[in-house]
Design a protein around this ligand. Sequence first.
Ligand code: HEC
Length: 185
Amino acid sequence: MRQTLPIAAAAAALLTACTANPDGAAQPQAEAAADVYYLRAGMVEQINPPMEAMWNMQVEVMDDYGNFDPALMTPQTWSELQAHARGLIAAAERMATAGSYVAADPDGPYADAPEGTDLAAIQMRLDANGAAYRALSQNMARHAAQLVEAAEAQDAATVTQLVNDMQPQCKACHDVFWYPEEYAQ
Ligand code: HEC
């Protein structure tokens, strides 16, 4: 019964996603059936890079309070921010619309996970809770879409808020699918 709480949390996320977006992105069933998402590769190559780029930008253009400072933003940095946020939407949507999830491609470069990442355990959670994984991915895609809008409007305050709130989006899924043993006690 160690996983009772994480599964409940995942179910709650799923429920939120369904009610928040009743007519949300329809799954392209036909292509999706065979469409495997290798999640470790996705994290390393697609999800993490645009997010890290935005966090790095935040350091470069922040004011004394850690907020994006419009005075330090230029047309160039606004457009870079928009591009990173769009990259994150694409990465999250790719993850949300995959047909099935595999923790790591056994023949690919990410088969050897770092210490503390138990790919077999992650795979079991993915097999048991694929719908929750999809819902959490969709939540992140929607959050990234709001960020693109704010970046297009050059609304630094909203951008700050949405960039700061992105990390809990990452954590929500990591808590359930990556290291739920922290909840064991
Ligand atoms: C829908 C689920 C989900 C979301 C959302 C998610 N992740 Fe992950 N992520 C995982 C899982 C599961 C792992 C553990 C497997 C692995 O290591 O790739 C992981 C692992 C990682 C890793 C370690 C990769 C490695 O070396 O093994 C990084 C870095 C990472 N995520 C970054 C992020 C960032 C940044 C975000 C938010 C912008 C994010 N993730 C959002 C599921 C998610």
